[in-house]
Design a protein around this ligand. Structure first.
Ligand code: SF4
Ligand code: SF4
Length: 102
């Protein structure tokens, strides 16, 4: 299981991490943080592959992940309209690193 943590007080609710998670494993809270923002939450820790895409995307450095104990992620199969199966590539990871902050 990935050791991932979202600091709800740093989160401003921009939702960028939600769209980045290849497993759709992040949602926005029903509650507000002290700044008045809804904040990101991990839906199921056991489904997180520790890919760190959400961490790279977050402009507020609100997501911390320690993948040191993580086993390699299970393959993610996406069935597209063309019927072609595809796994997220290294290029996509690079794009997000440029768009986000470390
Ligand atoms: S580390 Fe990857 S799988 Fe885990 S919540 Fe973030 S984007 Fe999703
Ligand atoms: S990208 Fe960061 S600031 Fe934006 S919703 Fe996710 S955790 Fe919050």
């Amino acid at each position: 299981m990935a050791n991932i943590e979202i600091d709800k007080e740093r989160c401003k609710g921009c939702c960028l991490c939600l769209s980045e998670c290849p497993r759709g494993n992040i949602r926005m809270s029903q509650l507000l943080n002290s700044g008045g923002h809804t904040y990101a939450e991990i839906i199921d820790l056991s489904e997180c592959t520790a890919c760190a895409l959400c961490c790279q995307m977050c402009p507020d450095l609100a997501i911390q992940i320690d993948a040191s104990d993580e086993t390699p992620p299970r393959p993610l199969i996406r069935i597209q309209e063309t019927g072609v199966s595809k796994q997220p590539s290294g290029d996509r990871k690079q794009e997000t690193a440029i768009g986000g902050q470390q």
